[in-house]
Design a protein around this ligand. Sequence first.
Ligand code: FE
Length: 229
Amino acid sequence: MDTKALHTITYGLYIVTAKKSDRFNGQVANTVFQITSDPPTIAAGINKQNLTHEFIQAGQGFAVSVLAREVPLSLIGQFGFKSGREMDKFAGINYKLSQGGFPYLADHTLAYLEARLNQTVDAGTHSIFIGTVTDAAVLLQGEPMTYAYYHQVKRGTTPKTAPTFTSARAEDKTALAAPKYQCTICNYVYDPVQGDPEHGIAPGTPFAELPEDWTCPICGAGKDSFEQI
Ligand code: FE
């Protein structure tokens, strides 16, 4: 069996949010999809270990923010590589509430959908939450972020709890002249060929020449959290 076949499946990239009494949480998810149109029904696959899983069950619903392709990596880092058990995911985030009181991101978001939970399917490590859409709006015109674009163009990484997680080392066996460095916290790979133009680092900048105060564009870890791969 060649599990690389799984890599040919395409996905978007979303922030799934939920609430538990007066607390909010949210996380990055790629497994969000529409199931039926009448009534409009969507589903989201969420790891059982994640706080968002607990909040979706508690609040009996969830909201989905459809990310624009221009979304900064730091926003994906805040929702994808940090746990709501340790920090408020919405700190510094511009968000609004859907009709049912679920938070959605007001920036870098093409649209949001709110769903009332009507079925939960146990899928082993993950649950598939199926919900009827109860509120939705288009916020912005633009291209939606896709999982492929995030990995190929933005060089983003995937947390270990995501259904599509594979080790970056296993994926990338090509040795290049200038060594790449990988963040030990979030698995982001610094590729000197690409640099980090979003943060003023020109393509061709070796890792050793990055300023000492440069931090991981995804999780914010310092240079000492990186190791050569
Ligand atoms: Fe990182």
